[in-house]
Design a protein around this ligand. Structure first.
Ligand SMILES: NC(=O)c1ccc[n+]([C@@H]2O[C@H](COP(=O)([O-])OP(=O)(O)OC[C@H]3O[C@@H](n4cnc5c(N)ncnc54)[C@H](OP(=O)(O)O)[C@@H]3O)[C@@H](O)[C@H]2O)c1
Length: 263
């Protein structure tokens, strides 16, 4: 049976509200990033998809273009500064300067302090924090040069506000993202560039695929829920934002009541 709580989120935002806007999205091959790609493409934006899995990106682009959307896939390792530069160059050549940049690429690590290797530590920092620095800096440069404002939206995490045992590296990286975003929000304000951060928890994506314990159904929201919230943030409507926020709370409660007895 179709979940009745999905419909209002899909309906939020008019279909043409992002027509002609250039939206660059990292982590676009999966989960929240892919859901954002679909959300903005459905509303007329030109979407630029970045991730390492180029096959997946190209497959998504084929689907989008069949429905009339404009898209570009750029194979990008967001931990490599040259790759990020190439992403922004390719995007500008095809569509012009970015209007919206969404940082969704990231990866988790569940390990106790004594089990975190040097390599794991650097890899988690690079994927979650350095990537946000590289992409936000490149986006800000392009937006300032174009002088028409812009919006940088980052998928942080509840782990960027709270802490949990066995997630020290991930929490450190996401806390870093929180601080970074707060600092650049003040810096870019005068240039007409908005900076927003989301702090989601437990989304039904490939994120947990290597974890020994999978989250329970009642704990999860869908990537499309987060994409809808990103969309209302980008639309700038305070009323809609409050509405979707309230809706997500209702949806969480609904899932708890519906699935908790069954795990
Ligand atoms: N799922 C959750 O419960 C949850 C909760 C809070 C916050 N978050 C955050 O939400 C964001 C998206 O996660 P998700 O749930 O959508 O997970 P996901 O389905 O595993 O997607 C992760 C995405 O990041 C990309 N990525 C990872 N490392 C990369 C790299 N070095 N270069 C380029 N792309 C890279 C992956 O693409 P390739 O592998 O193709 O490169 C993939 O597209 C992450 O920042 C995560 O920390 C997730």
């Amino acid at each position: 049976m179709r979940n009745p709580l999905v419909i209002p989120l899909r309906g939020s935002g008019s279909m043409s509200s992002f027509r002609g806007k250039n939206v660059i999205i990292t982590g676009a091959s999966s989960g929240i990033g892919e859901a954002c790609v679909r959300w903005f493409a459905q509303r007329g934006a030109n979407v630029v998809l970045a991730a390492r899995s180029i096959d997946k990106l190209e497959q998504i682009c084929v689907e989008l273009e069949a429905s009339g959307a404009q898209s570009l896939a750029v194979q990008t390792d967001v931990t490599v500064a040259d790759d990020v530069q190439q992403l922004f160059t390719a995007s500008e050549e095809k569509f012009g300067p970015a209007d919206i940049m969404i940082n969704s690429a990231g990866s988790g690590l569940r390990a106790s302090l004594l089990d975190i290797s040097d390599e794991d530590w650097h890899s988690v920092m690079a994927a979650n924090l350095t990537s946000v620095f590289y992409c936000s800096r490149a986006a800000a440069k392009q937006m300032i040069r174009a002088n028409r404002g812009g919006h940088i939206i980052t998928i942080g995490s509840v782990a960027g506000l709270l802490a949990a045992p066995n997630y020290a590296a991930y929490c450190a990286a996401k806390h870093g993202v929180t601080g970074f975003q707060r600092a650049i929000k003040w810096e870019l304000r005068g240039q007409g560039i908005k900076v927003s951060t989301l702090y989601p928890a437990r989304i039904n994506s490939a994120f947990f695929k290597d974890y020994p314990q999978q989250p329970k159904r009642w704990q999860l929201l869908e990537p499309s829920d987060i994409a809808a919230y990103v969309g209302v943030i980008a639309s700038g409507s305070v009323l809609r934002r409050a509405g979707v926020r309230l809706w997500l709370v209702v949806k969480r409660l609904y899932r708890i009541v519906r699935y908790l007895p069954f795990g």
